[in-house]
Ligand binder design. Structure first.
Ligand code: PSU
Ligand code: MN
Length: 307
């Protein structure tokens, strides 16, 4: 086992016994939601996974240690920002470890650490992607290259329309990453169920997704997959409601000349502020919804592997 990893007893036991485990990221907690709703959500998401019969493993970096599974106290310290965690993607991981620092893991770095621990399933809210105007800025999230290289399937509610969703899909196709719509043929756009961007794969039950992943990895085709699970209808927001907020946030971004890793947190925070409390409720509902699906896929996958 990698000497930098600290796996909790609950997660280690589950992995030894071949039980289904679902990874969770920590950037969504520290940089994505306000206190104390972030802690409530982190606990509710873990609970959803346990109720399905799988084991949750929230991933973060504390004092330079790669944590797989957090105690309630650690989750609290992460949520109320007493640990002042930096946002850590693939690029930043060695730096935080070398400095014995605290880090909130993005989709990319959560995949890396999950994979080190032997976890193949991961639930989150939204993934990073190709930003609008990337033809000039070259701003493409490191999440996309991680899908191409690390064997972890990520259940998300698509990607926010702060991104160029069509370019994001083109990039994933180039990199050989399957994007599977769960009961949809369209890429969901996080707050809303529609984006107008069509998907090449659709699956209507968790076992179908488990079979597809099993085939991919058995063929030696390394890398992950994106499982796009639309937000439940009762929590979805209209495109009009969201589009205006996104346009405003993008204009401010340009005015303030914000660049690099700060772009995504800025846009997420501004869209949440502009849309008010509604978007937070939507955000929480979709993460919990994704946790349920990720657990079901992990369970279906373990059932297949037993045969
Ligand atoms: N998109 C969301 N919510 C999030 C993120 C993205 O709707 O919380 C976070 C995730 O941790 C994701 C990261 O991996 O932002 C992407 O950041 P960047 O674009 O800098 O790679
Ligand atoms: Mn970026």
């Amino acid at each position: 086992m990698n000497p930098y990893l600290d796996i909790t007893e609950e997660v280690a036991d589950a992995l030894h016994a071949g039980l289904p485990v679902v990874a969770l990221e920590s950037t969504i907690i520290s940089h994505g939601m306000p206190w104390p709703r972030n802690l409530e959500t982190a606990l509710a998401v873990e609970d959803a996974i346990r109720k399905e019969g799988a084991v949750p493993a929230t991933i973060a970096i504390i004092n330079g240690r790669l944590k797989v599974g957090l105690s309630r106290e650690e989750l609290t310290l992460f949520s109320n920002s007493s640990l002042h965690p930096a946002k850590v993607s693939r690029r930043d991981l060695p730096i935080v470890v070398a400095q014995n620092g605290n880090g909130a893991t993005t989709v990319a770095s959560t995949m890396i650490i999950a994979s080190m621990a032997g976890i193949r399933f991961f639930a989150t809210g939204g993934i990073g992607g190709v930003h609008r105007g990337a033809e000039l800025t070259w701003d493409i999230s490191a999440d996309l290259d991680e899908f191409a290289r690390t064997d972890v399937a990520v259940v998300c509610a698509g990607a926010k329309a702060i991104l160029d969703l069509a370019k994001t899909m083109e990039y994933l196709e180039t990199k050989g990453v399957p994007v599977i719509g769960y009961r949809t043929s369209e890429l969901p756009a996080f707050y809303s169920r529609e984006s107008g961007v069509m998907l090449s794969q659709r699956a209507d039950d968790p076992m179908e997704i488990a079979r597809l992943l099993h085939a991919k990895w058995s063929l030696g085709l390394s890398g992950g997959a994106v499982i796009a699970n639309p937000v439940p209808i009762e929590y979805s927001m209209t495109k009009n409601e969201i589009d205006a907020a996104i346009e405003q946030a993008l204009e401010e971004l340009a005015e303030k000349r914000i660049k690099g890793a700060a772009v995504t947190p800025y846009l997420l925070a501004r869209v949440a502020e502009i849309t008010g409390g509604d978007s937070l409720e939507t955000n929480i509902a979709l993460v919990i919804n994704n946790a349920h699906l990720a657990a079901r896929i992990a369970i279906a996958y373990e059932q297949m592997s037993e045969k």
